[in-house]
Write a new protein. Structure first.
Length: 640
């Protein structure tokens, strides 16, 4: 079947084709712009509503694709984003026919499928607002988040009036020493004054330490008559476990009275905090009619929280509860729809009371000029001092260049090399032996150390070796994928130790990745560990921190796989001494600024990038584009 737009031939039996689709839908389906499923949903809704116009059906198919791709809506004026095919091997779709903009808008606004504006009919499946087309469910989630956040910011002025500001200032200064990070002190004061605080910063800026001391401030100021009920949560079990460990460790450095006030708050997933309801993945025990009992809720790794889940969480909070959202908006976002943390950070200022109140509360502690001070009006505090790497580490300016979209600076830093950075440019699609020699040396050094420690029954040493080096990739399959590179690294290590462990399922030195959550063992999807000799002729798997390994017998483990290479998504939240990132070709849609930034910031001491200069530039230039209206003002027309 030949496409009139010149795209590649597609076989009649190809499951990617939506058969019997109208010409405009079929054309965009063949070009890889919308999937067969997108087309089927749009045609079904059109049939139910009596909408025959294929322009409207195409718009609906694009809205379905948007949600499936992580956006909340689709902006039909953004033709550049619309014309990007999803398949990596799809040819450019430059010759596609697109509806004329004015006629397309008129058709949408006149469609029985579509509710137009903020006050359009509530019973239509699609909504059109300010040039953005939403599936109605996601429009409602966005409105719920917007209204809940704005209501919390609006309560700042009344909260300030009820506080003893001298007591607040004393608690903040006592728990955050004067020689520390003044922005951490500012975050604690914000959490006291505001019912929502957004604490951001790149990895290693001390966000979790700030949270622990912030909780002590809240207990000291607000919990004197009755201790505050505190909940810690994260989007995944792995992130929740790390949050609980990190907060407990940070609390251990406080005075005994503060430790007693805060206690030992347990962390859980956001889903479990809200309470699963049998038979539903979107409704929870706690909601707008049955609020959570907590006075303070802290959510870590908020960049991974989707829009629907954030809407449910805000709905379930008591109006007077404090919410602290923690994360890095520049990292990879949720695999589901929405980039809520980034939207909240980038929103135009809503509240005016907070900066003035903070000026009076902690004079001289507002080291936030310009843009950061404007964000403070929305309860956003950004930590900037990095503690993970050396102050003179070249990793820090590289991460900054990537985050700011400066490809020239990123390439220059990688080319300059030095002790911290390395760019290995490849000539072909697959790196040759010379191009992977440095990677092989790092992988073999870490792998042989891991195997030696594991065979000696040294669980602590094996876990330390597991953190020495990590190979990260963007894809799961293909020449630049996890399966290929994991198999290759496994062969290198086996050759170096003079063994072929892959012939046995369980062997000392096998690195493990947990792929499911398991409450019985306390292991979560994404946890890594290693099989070690137990000293009695058997084997045991070691997980967790090297200082306090968690030992689990192989027969009790949840689903695991061997991990010699890991996707960047899997590595999010982890730290390694040295990181090697294998980039896919520049045309890969998975190659984004957020992916490169997340990979770079996993390393403590050294980053190696294997790929072409074009791939590096493509990643820096290509931020994840998730359409949303949350960053934009939304003014209802005044009634006459």
């Amino acid at each position: 079947m030949n496409s009139p737009t010149g795209v590649a031939e597609v076989l009649e039996g190809d499951v990617r084709l939506a058969l019997h689709a109208e010409p405009l839908l079929a054309e965009h389906n063949r070009a890889g712009i919308v999937s067969a499923a997108d087309v089927h949903v749009a045609r079904r809704l059109g049939a139910l509503a009596g909408e025959p116009d294929e322009r409207v059906r195409l718009a609906v198919a694009l809205a379905v694709r948007a949600v499936r791709s992580g956006s909340v809506c689709v902006e039909l004026d953004d033709r550049e984003a619309l014309a990007v095919p999803e398949a990596e091997d799809a040819p450019p779709a430059e010759d596609l026919r697109w509806p004329e903009a004015g006629g397309w808008r008129a058709a949408i606004e006149g469609s029985p499928l579509v509710a137009v504006g903020l006050d359009g009919p509530p019973d239509r499946p699609v909504r059109w607002v300010d040039g953005r087309l939403y599936l109605d469910r996601y429009w409602r989630h966005e409105v719920a988040v917007r209204e809940a956040v704005d209501a919390r910011l609006a309560g700042i002025a009344s909260d300030v009036e009820t506080l003893d500001l001298a007591q607040v200032a004393g608690a903040v200064r006592r728990l955050f020493p004067a020689d520390g990070d003044t922005r951490q002190r500012l975050a604690a004061a914000t959490a006291v004054l505001s019912r929502i605080t957004v604490l951001t910063g790149r990895p290693g800026t001390g966000k979790t330490t700030t949270v622990a001391r912030l909780l002590a401030v809240l207990q000291d100021v607000l919990g004197r008559q009755r201790p505050l009920r505190i909940a810690l949560a994260a989007p995944t079990g792995k992130a929740a476990a790390r949050l609980q460990e990190a907060v407990a460790e940070a609390l251990g450095g406080l005075e005994a009275a503060d430790q007693e006030r805060v206690g030992q708050p347990a962390a859980t997933t956001v889903h479990r905090l809200l309470g699963w309801r049998p038979g539903s993945s979107t409704r929870f025990k706690h909601n707008g009619r049955h609020h959570l009992p907590h006075d303070v809720v802290v959510v870590d790794e908020t960049s991974m929280v989707s829009l629907p889940l954030m809407a449910r969480l805000l709905e379930a909070l008591r109006p007077d509860a404090r919410l602290v959202l923690v994360g890095d908006p520049d990292q990879l976002a949720s695999v589901e729809a929405g980039a809520v943390l980034g939207d909240l950070v980038a929103r135009p200022p809503v509240a005016d009371a907070l900066p003035g109140a903070l000026d009076g509360l902690v004079p001289g502690d507002l080291p936030v000029p310009g843009e950061d001070r404007e964000r403070l009006r929305n309860g956003v505090v950004r930590l900037v001092t990095v503690h993970r790497q050396r102050p003179d580490s070249a990793i820090l300016p590289l991460a900054t260049a990537v985050r700011e979209g400066d490809a020239e600076a990123a390439v220059a830093l990688l080319r300059a090399g030095g002790a911290d950075l390395e760019l290995v440019e490849v000539a072909g699609e697959r790196p040759d032996d010379d191009e992977v020699a440095a990677l092989r040396a790092d992988a073999v050094a870490a792998g042989t150390a891991l195997v030696a420690a594991a065979r000696a029954g040294d669980a602590q040493g094996a876990l330390r070796a597991l953190e020495r080096h990590r190979l990260l990739v963007a894809h799961r399959r293909g020449p630049a994928g996890r399966l290929h590179w994991g198999r290759l690294v496994g062969e290198w290590v086996a050759e170096a130790v003079g063994d072929e462990p892959e012939h046995s399922t369980w062997y000392a030195g096998r690195p493990l990745l947990v792929t499911t959550n398991d409450r019985d063992t306390g292991l979560y999807n994404g946890d890594t560990g290693v099989v070690v000799d137990d000293g009695r002729g058997g084997l045991v798997a070691a997980f967790g921190k090297p200082e306090a390994p968690q030992l689990v017998r192989p027969h009790r483990l949840p689903d695991v796989e061997t991990v010699h290479a890991m996707t960047v998504h899997r590595g999010q939240g982890s730290q390694f001494d040295r990181v090697t990132l294998v980039l896919p070709p520049a045309a890969s849609p998975l190659l984004t600024r957020e992916l490169l930034y997340t990979a770079v910031t996993r390393a403590r001491s050294h980053v190696r990038v294997i790929g072409t200069e074009d791939a590096v530039r493509a990643a820096v230039w290509r931020p994840v584009r998730r359409a949303s209206g949350l960053r934009r003002p939304l003014d209802r027309p005044s009634s006459s």
